[in-house]
Design a protein around this ligand. Sequence first.
Ligand SMILES: Nc1ncnc2c1ncn2[C@@H]1O[C@H](COP(=O)(O)OP(=O)(O)OP(=O)(O)O)[C@@H](O)[C@H]1O
Ligand SMILES: [Mg+2]
Length: 331
Amino acid sequence: MLLSLAASRNILFFGGKGGVGKTTVSAATALRMADRGQRVLLVSTDPAHNLGHLFDRSIGPQPVRLSPGLDGLELDPESTVEAHLKEVGAALRRLMPVHLSAEVDKHMALSRDAPGMQEAALLERIAEVVEQARDYDLVVFDTAPSGHTARLMALPEMMSVWTEGLIKRREKSDRFNAVLRNLGRDNSVSNKMFGGGDEEPGEDRESRIRRLLNRRKQRFTGLRESLADTARTAFVIVLAAERMPVLESIELHEQLERSGVHTGALVVNKRLPADVQDPFLKERRDQEEQYMAMLDASLGALPRFDLPLAAHDVSGLDALRRFAELLGPAP
Ligand SMILES: Nc1ncnc2c1ncn2[C@@H]1O[C@H](COP(=O)(O)OP(=O)(O)OP(=O)(O)O)[C@@H](O)[C@H]1O
Ligand SMILES: [Mg+2]
């Protein structure tokens, strides 16, 4: 079931409460699809990166080969923020008069720790990965615990509205500049004042700024469209059969719906065997059933896939491949 979802989509996100098994289940799905001959990219968006721990090797912001057909990368928020600020800073310097460039630097330094900065930068990288997703048959995102991911999924909308606003303001100032030029002002003076002069040949400063803003807007709109495209993208909520993960999953599903992201399946991980004899374990299994009833009452319409609690933690490629067999026969 989970594998048929993976076989029919280009992009899968795995999200859910901390520690429920997002990394293990997303990596197992990715590995299984790669073993069947698909080209798969596994991407961690979690600042606490645990893909490297799972595969027992270091994985960086550039794709590395994890297994035949399977590449992996970890989006690093720190370096992503640095690269993002550099790009935004350069764009801002072009927008602002030259004598304000020290102000721009100060603003950028403060922005580094501004709330939402890491998310915005991370989102831009996710958008880039999604743009390149067509090089792979499947891109699997292993995300950070629910709250972080839900905010991230709501961001493309906000970012495109924000960029749209900036473009509108640019259009206004373009008209203003055109009036100035018509009044006979020397264009090179305004270029000096506003730090222009590094345009591509034949391109004036205004069109360059508009091109930058438009590219950014397209990136966010593209991401939003990909996220909302149910034929291409699905979100998989991973949870455990416990009270808090169930409540958090119901909330995450609602938040995703509000952001226009379709939940394709629920994976209930670490389930106890149904035939336990031990009274203590039996009591826990009964409790699991109660939470499953609670889950079904809210999200019963979604396909649900249960995975058993394994005897051991999952660590290393061999253990992951054995765990992946629990996902059932390949479609
Ligand atoms: N079905 C399972 N049976 C036994 N152990 C499991 C199972 N699924 C995951 N684990 C173990 O549970 C621990 C947490 O799993 P994992 O790291 O995949 O969770 P996570 O949701 O990604 O956590 P985080 O929120 O910290 O990123 C790991 O030690 C993993 O090996
Ligand atoms: Mg994880």
